[in-house]
Design a protein around this ligand. Structure first.
Ligand code: PAF
Length: 282
């Protein structure tokens, strides 16, 4: 596996691959790799001639300096995970100047309102930061296919919108949430939970499964009440939000229309760790 540490070497590498006519699958990350990331690479491997990943903790998508500072960074560990997996041909580890040559600031995007729903309400400017870094990566990597986890479903929807609006010739592929055996969605943040709290947190997945059972049988307000009751009884867990939204617009719904698709979204804070999950309802 090639480890490319600056824009110049990376661009030379990409140009060679393009000249050879290689179909490139790309999965950007912020490191702290886990099996969820490997599931992106596995799918990319199956659908492309080569797989590229990046590790870059993007400063512009953090809402506060403390969060950015606390973000886990262990590049050596990540590189050895990638090497062992045998799934990735090259990893790009840019410096801040390689992505933001002038100043690390976000561009301002209009994602047709997607940016104002759910996570956008509490993480002001977050999606501008994500859009800026992903657009820059797309311009440098020039992938044919790009892979993003459905765990950050709003991010996935926003990246699809970015590609549509900027008319980038890239196919965006959403990869299903990778769950531990007990259902907990894999996330770099899970590392911060004690083992017993990880077990307790399976209630998040279990409640989404219940929501799916109640879908189109129980009314939306009643479903919300039941979910609130479940979390009222959980010690050390705060339900930050639960909602059912229309899958395309991400607008919260109070009623299920026949011809629309819906998804349940939940955020729970467990011992100070913010866990996010979602599930398509059928
Ligand atoms: O999902 C992430 O890890 C990040 O938001 C991404 C897409 C790599 C952009 O920094």
């Amino acid at each position: 596996m090639k480890v490319l540490r600056n824009k110049k070497t990376f661009q030379d590498y990409i140009e060679r691959q393009k000249e050879m006519g290689k179909k490139i699958g790309f999965a950007p990350t912020m490191g702290a790799l886990h099996d969820g990331h490997l599931s992106l690479y596995k799918q990319a491997r199956a659908e492309n001639d080569m797989v590229i990943s990046s590790i870059f903790v993007n400063p512009t998508q953090f809402n506060n300096a403390e969060d950015l500072k606390k973000y886990p960074r262990d590049t050596q560990r990540d590189i050895s995970i990638l090497e062992k997996s045998g799934l990735v041909d090259a990893v790009y580890l840019p410096e801040v100047e390689d992505i933001y040559p002038e100043k690390a600031v976000s561009q301002s995007y209009d994602f047709d309102g997607l940016e104002n729903e759910m996570e956008g309400k509490s993480r002001h400017g977050h999606f501008d930061g994500v859009g800026t870094v992903v657009e820059e990566f797309f311009r440098q990597v020039k992938p044919d296919n790009a892979y993003f986890g459905e765990k950050d479903y709003q991010q996935l929807a926003i990246i699809r919108k970015l590609v549509e609006k900027k008319k980038l010739p890239i196919k965006i592929i959403g990869v299903p949430i990778y769950r531990a055996e007990n259902g907990l969605a894999l996330s770099s943040r899970n590392q911060r939970l004690e083992e017993s709290r990880k077990i307790a947190s399976t209630i998040i997945y279990e409640s989404l499964v219940k929501v799916n059972d109640w879908f189109r049988v129980v009314s939306v307000p009643e479903i919300k009440e039941r979910i609130e009751e479940i979390f009222d009884d959980q010690k050390g867990m705060q339900l930050e939000y639960f909602m059912i939204a229309e899958e395309e617009s991400l607008k919260e719904t109070d009623f299920f229309y026949k011809d629309k698709n819906y998804r349940a979204f939940i955020v729970v804070v467990v011992d100070g760790v913010r866990l996010i999950d979602n599930m398509h309802l059928d």
